[in-house]
Design a protein around this ligand. Structure first.
Ligand SMILES: Cc1ncc(COP(=O)(O)O)c(C=O)c1O
Length: 362
């Protein structure tokens, strides 16, 4: 178990918001920075020989990027050729959503628990979003449903959705299943080959604790052809495969991608049972204060509880300004929620701090 010293987090702050941006262990961050230095010591060698050799066309030699991709693919139960690195889940989902051809009348079935930035992406392409309750979604799939879009673990409500069932219902009805797995890698075991989704995007910087800037997009082979990269560059050529078309988007720092194998190695040392038990404990203690958890199956390390009505922004600000506690408070569907995330570095004193701050503030 890595304790707080294994992370770079400010010791003056009670960090109960791993879910938003993750936090990178020192050992992972050092490798990331070493890669950046290696790049700067020889940019040409790094980009043209070490990272990947196919950038400027067809070479066979895989390079380090392919190695990192293979390690991530194994971690999420996928074939390497079905997965590409993207900077974050938003980029991966943008590539998919902006590549879809939507006909008038097509429906995208989704829930009210989705991440706002991705809902905006759907709105940007003019999608006809049909909101369902999570447990009614599978039954609501019909002939007009072009795609079903849900989070594997939801952001505002911290729930684990039964995506296997949803994907299987979508498949039966001939609808696409597009899964937002931003919170899944590192929080729950993944076996993308068996999950049944058509398309899945995930983040490595959240629960896998990779540096910011590492996410992935996975697609079944039959969908890889129509998903256009957000940026067209050298890999976009006749006969190019999924990895080539998405693999190079102009000169950018690939260190976060290359650090993912190290993040996987360090993640294996985390005591996940302990984190889960602490999340249960946080939920129990907040429940005792009269703040019940949002109904549904909870995510292992994240819990959203309902606070009495009031101004969420003011409470969020006061938690940080007066108590140096990072835990988001927000409005969701007219309810004031607080989300607690337990990272590998949290302990019972962090939960104590939150409970006593809330006692005082509410
Ligand atoms: C469910 C969900 N989807 C997508 C995202 C977007 O992640 P990113 O900002 O890393 O692209 C988040 C971020 O918190 C999320 O919670």
């Amino acid at each position: 178990m890595l304790m707080r010293d294994g992370f770079l987090l400010d010791p003056e702050v009670v960090h109960l918001n791993h879910g938003s941006f993750g936090a990178c262990p020192v050992a992972v961050f050092e490798e990331y920075q070493a890669l950046q230095r290696e790049l700067e010591a020889g940019p040409t060698d790094f980009f043209t020989r070490k990272v990947a050799r196919w950038f400027w066309g067809g070479a066979e030699q895989p390079g380090r990027l392919a190695e990192a991709r293979g390690r991530l693919a194994a971690f999420v139960g996928a074939r390497a050729e079905d997965l590409v690195f993207v900077p974050n889940a938003t980029s991966g989902l943008n590539a998919v959503i902006r590549s879809l051809t939507l006909a008038p009348g097509d429906e995208i079935l989704t829930t009210g628990h989705e991440y706002g930035a991705i809902t905006r992406t759907w709105e940007f392409v003019g999608a006809n979003l049909v909101m369902c309750k999570p447990d009614e979604l599978a039954a609501r799939i019909g002939p007009r449903t072009q795609a079903v879009f849900v989070s594997h673990i939801t952001s505002p409500t911290a729930l684990l959705f039964p995506v296997e069932e949803i994907c299987s219902a979508a498949r039966e009805a001939g609808a696409l299943s597009i899964m937002d797995g931003a919170h899944a890698p590192g929080q729950i075991p993944l076996d993308l080959g068996a999950l049944g989704a058509d398309i899945y995007a995930g983040n490595c910087h959240k629960w896998l604790c990779a540096p910011k800037g590492a996410g992935f997009l996975w697609a079944r082979p039959e969908h890889q052809g129509w998903i256009e990269p957000l940026v067209v560059s050298w890999g976009y050529r006749e006969g190019a495969d999924f990895a080539e078309r998405h693999g190079w988007s102009g000169t950018r720092d690939p260190a976060a991608y290359l650090t993912v194998p190290k993040a996987i190695e360090v993640h294996a040392t985390f005591d996940l049972e302990r984190a889960r038990a602490l999340a249960d404990e946080a939920e129990r203690r907040l429940g005792e204060l009269g703040y019940p958890r949002v109904e549904g199956v909870p995510a292992p390390f994240m819990r959203a509880v309902e606070l009495p009505p009031g101004n969420p922004d003011e409470l969020w600000a006061r938690l940080y300004e007066e108590f140096r506690i990072e835990a988001p408070v927000y409005d969701w569907a007219g309810r004031r929620l607080l989300r607690v995330s337990i990272g590998p570095y949290n302990d019972a004193s962090d939960v104590d701090g939150l409970v006593s701050a809330l006692r005082e503030l509410l």
